[in-house]
Design a protein around this ligand. Structure first.
Ligand code: NAD
Length: 326
């Protein structure tokens, strides 16, 4: 099997290269994301490996299908960026890594919340400059606060356990509640009305696109802190910014952003950022943004690599994989 590995970062290559070599998969690594203009890089390959911001649309699929690509291997859980139905119709299998470390993502969500709340990022900068003043660093106790968890799958549940460890009251919403889980499920409206902190852990679908919008922001508790480590487009970013400017939203912890594809994962420090909403959000004292890094632990990377390779081998040898998206 010959594989074109797109959007390669040094940390990907370090982990993937030995595993792919061991499996005998000949791999060509490209820094670029897969796109209509760069599909040629997949010529003579049986499979492509892509990540969260590779836009695998119909035109890309048409071209790689012509080149003989038989598998699109997502090295992530979410698959909203791949038109999998179209790929399947063209005879291309789509595989993903449904679980690699829910702990990595849930722990990052809590790290963001603690950083924002206790202003660790500001304290760190201050003390490096021997500024030991505490003015402006007041946070609040998490203990006793109500957290609303939207999406109680693998990551949502780990996050719930972490929150319980902090003595928080957890209420949750899921379109498909897990029976017998002991989770205190409530209607979505109740989550918005009662939660001091809301954390999103559901997938991006047509139904969840902009589920947090101007209308819902009007119904949340004043001062609510929003955490999004799922997919950016669950939140209407302009509405979020407005909610922050109106002092309705008390803070936002964002590992994902709906227009992140043009910015995240790259050093943009010397450039002028054209996205005013992103710039304004980053400039807010009560917003913390990380660059879609919640997954980035050693354990998660190792699991992503081994599952991706297993997916490829299963498709190659048996024609099926337990991790197919269809
Ligand atoms: P999962 O499939 O285990 O859980 C998702 C949950 O969302 C399920 O319980 C499902 O029933 C629920 N759900 C589906 N539709 C819903 C809706 N309309 N409203 C409410 N709930 C709904 O997935 P997971 O492993 O817990 O991952 C959750 C999301 O986290 C993924 O979809 C992915 O987008 C994101 N993610 C982000 C990172 C990161 O690095 N930031 C890493 C991995 C995953």
């Amino acid at each position: 099997m010959r594989l074109a590995f797109f959007d390669t970062k040094p940390y990907d290559r370090e982990v993937f290269e030995p595993v792919l070599k061991d499996a005998g998969i000949e791999t060509v690594y490209y820094d670029t994301r897969i796109c209509e203009d760069d599909c040629i890089l997949a010529k003579d390959c049986d499979a492509v490996c892509v990540f969260v911001n590779d836009d695998v649309n119909r035109k890309v699929i048409d071209t790689i299908a012509e080149y003989g690509v038989k598998v699109i291997a997502l090295r992530c859980a979410g698959f909203n960026n791949v038109d999998y139905k179209y790929a399947n119709a063209k005879g291309i299998k789509v595989v993903r890594v449904p679980a690699y470390s829910p702990y990595a993502v849930a722990e990052h969500a809590m790290a963001l919340l603690q950083t924002l709340n206790r202003k660790i990022h500001k304290a760190y900068i201050r003390t490096r400059d021997f500024n030991f003043s505490l003015n402006g660093l007041t946070g609040f106790d998490l203990h006793g606060k109500t957290v609303g968890v939207i999406g109680t799958g693998k990551i949502g549940r780990v996050f719930i356990d972490i929150c319980k460890g902090f003595g928080m009251k957890v209420i949750a919403y899921d379109k498909f509640p897990a029976e017998g889980s002991g989770i205190d499920y409530r209607p979505l409206e109740e989550i918005y009305k009662e939660a001091d902190i809301i954390s999103f852990h559901c997938p991006l679908t047509d139904e969840t696109l902009h589920m947090f919008n101007r209308g819902t922001i009007n119904r949340v508790k004043e001062g609510v802190v929003i955490i999004n480590t799922s997919r950016g487009a669950l939140i209407d970013a302009e509405a979020l910014l407005l909610g922050i400017r109106e002092r309705k939203i008390g803070g936002a912890c964002l590992d994902v952003y709906e227009e992140e594809a043009g910015y995240f994962y790259e050093d943009q420090s010397g450039k002028i950022i054209d996205d005013d909403t992103l710039s304004r959000l980053i400039s807010m004292p009560n917003v913390i943004v990380t660059s879609h890094q919640a997954f980035l632990t050693r354990e998660a990377l190792a699991n992503i690599a081994s599952t991706t390779v297993k997916n490829l081998i299963d498709i190659d040898s048996k024609g099926i994989s337990e991790n197919e998206v269809k």
